[in-house]
Structures are given as structure tokens and as C-alpha cells.
Write a protein that binds this ligand. Structure first.
Ligand SMILES: Cc1cc2nc3c(=O)[nH]c(=O)nc-3n(C[C@H](O)[C@H](O)[C@H](O)COP(=O)(O)OP(=O)(O)OC[C@H]3O[C@@H](n4cnc5c(N)ncnc54)[C@H](O)[C@@H]3O)c2cc1C
Length: 256
């Protein structure tokens, strides 16, 4: 962005590597899961987040994220701050109700990821603030997630649709469901599909219910856009497919 003059040339650049060790961790605590602001995607892949079905969406994101070399360098926090229309960890962490702990010399504050995202490439982060960690509640036993990036290329950023789903069941009843898609909020940033979530909550899981949620409810709350990648109509059609596949995949993961 500096090279392309999309942001003014900064007077100073601060290298976070000096504090990388302190910022690199993934921990399970009483108040939930904590991911350090310096944790790279590769480091994340070596933790319980990539072994426990409740976090299966993390594996989905990782497998399709950029290039292998990039996964050694890129951090989850860096991905959130980049805040493009389709940053993968934003779409995923929205369905885990993630919050960020921001720290500065003046103290710290907690911000919900949803509120952190203001606009494309614009986040609620002061110049002297750092993402110390990302926090989200530990999901219940009978839950799982799924993430799908649908594009002709799939690797390297996104094109047509990315979507994530978190699902929790009690027997076959949907006790919790969270759904997110890339660039659906009015500023074309990733957002939740809350009407569809409400429709699904409390219902018995069945293919008919998925069909209804995708075909009848989702289009009433979600506007899709035409850009040089594809048309709004095609994007909407594929969003329905992604929703159904994500829900089915999360269901199958819960059921083993
Ligand atoms: C070839 C290529 C392919 C890509 N493919 C994908 C893809 O498939 N999916 C996808 O989502 N994205 C993709 N990206 C973009 C990707 O989001 C970023 O490259 C990466 O996630 C940024 O992480 P980073 O740690 O390198 O952050 P940096 O690029 O170093 O920083 C990004 C921004 O975050 C700030 N920042 C970083 N860490 C912190 C912190 N702890 N606290 C506060 N601010 C911080 C920096 O100051 C900067 O403003 C791709 C990029 C490239 C170049």
C-alpha cells in the first residue's frame, strides 16, 4: 500500500518482531480461547485449534489461505487489521463472536470484532494501539464450524463468495448457529446473516430447513454486488450453495 501510494509514506515503521515471542500464543482460559496478536497462521496450525472439531473452520481457512510461504509470515491480527472485503479470518472469527484486546501506553480496551470493522481498510485502532490478543468463548461440545472460499482460483484472496458457519446441536436441534459472509455489510465488509440465524435457531436440523433458510430467508437480508469478478445474481446463487454446504459440513463434523 505504501509502494502504491495508497497510504501516505509513514515517517517510521515499527517492527513487531522484537515482541513477537510475547505476542505468540494460543491458550484456553476460563473466559475462552485467546490468540496472541503475533501468532502466525503456521503457529496457529500447530495448536489444538487445528485438532478439535469445534474449531474445524480454522483448518478450512488455513488450507486455502494465500501461499504456503505466506502462512509462515502472516498473523491473524494482521489479517484483521488489513480489513478488506473478504479477509478470511474476519469472516471466520465473526461466527465465533470474537473480541479484540487492544493495548497502548494509555491502557487497554476490548472491542467486538464486528465493531472493530468500520469500512474497507478502516478499523477502530488508534495509531498507538496494538492488538494484544483475540478472544472468543469456548464453544460447547456438540458444535463445529465450516468455512468455504469459492472462487475459480480459491487460493490467494477471494473472488466470488467466502462464508463461514458455526453450528451447535442438542441431538438434532439447532441450539446455536452463526453465519457470516464476505462483503455483505453496507460498507462491503464481512458481516453476519442474523435473520437467517434467527430462522434456524431452535429448529430440528433437516435438508428442508436448510433449503428454506438458503432460498427464502438469506436473500431477504443479504444484498450481493456486481464487480469485475462476477455478477450479483451469481454471487447470490453461490452464497446459497455456500450456506447449505457450510451447515451440512458443520453438522457432519459434529456427528463425526
Ligand atoms: C499473495 C497474497 C495472498 C493473500 N491471500 C490471502 C488469502 O487467501 N486470504 C486472506 O484473507 N488474505 C490474503 N492475503 C492478505 C493477508 O491478509 C495479509 O497478507 C496478512 O494476513 C497480513 O498479516 P501480516 O501479519 O503480514 O500483517 P502486515 O501485512 O504486517 O500488517 C497488516 C496491517 O496490520 C497491522 N498489524 C499487524 N499486526 C498487528 C497487531 N498485532 N496489532 C495492531 N496492528 C497490527 C500492520 O500495522 C498493518 O497495518 C494475501 C496477501 C498476499 C500478498
Amino acid at each position: 500500500m505504501i509502494r502504491d501510494r495508497r497510504i501516505p509514506i509513514p515517517k517510521y515503521l515499527v517492527d513487531l518482531n522484537a515482541i513477537k515471542k510475547e505476542l505468540s500464543f494460543v491458550e484456553k482460559k476460563d473466559d475462552g480461547i485467546h490468540i496472541g496478536g503475533g501468532t502466525t497462521l503456521y503457529e496457529l496450525s500447530k495448536t489444538f485449534l487445528h485438532k478439535d472439531k469445534r474449531f474445524a473452520g480454522f483448518v478450512d481457512v488455513y488450507k486455502k489461505f494465500g501461499t504456503l510461504a505466506l502462512r509462515f509470515e502472516a498473523t491473524v491480527a494482521g489479517n484483521l487489521v488489513s480489513a478488506t472485503q473478504y479477509n478470511d479470518y474476519i469472516t471466520l472469527l465473526l461466527v465465533y463472536d470474537a473480541k479484540l484486546r487492544l493495548v497502548s501506553v494509555n491502557g487497554e480496551r476490548i472491542v467486538k470484532l464486528e465493531d472493530f470493522l468500520i469500512d474497507k481498510r478502516k478499523v477502530d485502532l488508534k495509531p498507538n494501539e496494538l492488538i494484544y490478543e483475540i478472544i472468543f468463548p469456548e464453544p460447547p461440545i456438540n458444535s463445529s464450524s465450516s468455512f468455504i472460499k469459492f472462487d475459480r482460483r480459491e487460493l490467494l484472496i477471494a473472488g466470488v463468495v467466502t462464508g463461514a458457519t458455526f453450528l451447535a446441536l442438542e441431538d438434532n436441534k439447532i441450539t446455536d448457529v452463526k453465519i457470516s459472509f464476505d462483503m455483505v455489510r453496507e460498507k462491503r465488509i464481512p458481516g453476519r446473516a442474523r435473520k437467517t440465524e434467527e430462522f434456524l435457531k431452535g429448529k430440528e436440523f433437516s435438508k428442508e430447513i436448510l433449503e428454506k433458510a438458503a432460498e427464502e430467508v438469506l436473500p431477504t437480508e443479504m444484498e450481493r454486488v456486481t464487480d469485475w469478478w462476477t455478477t450479483a445474481e451469481y454471487r447470490m446463487d453461490m452464497s446459497k450453495v455456500v450456506l447449505k454446504r457450510n451447515l451440512l459440513r458443520a453438522y457432519e463434523r459434529i456427528k463425526g
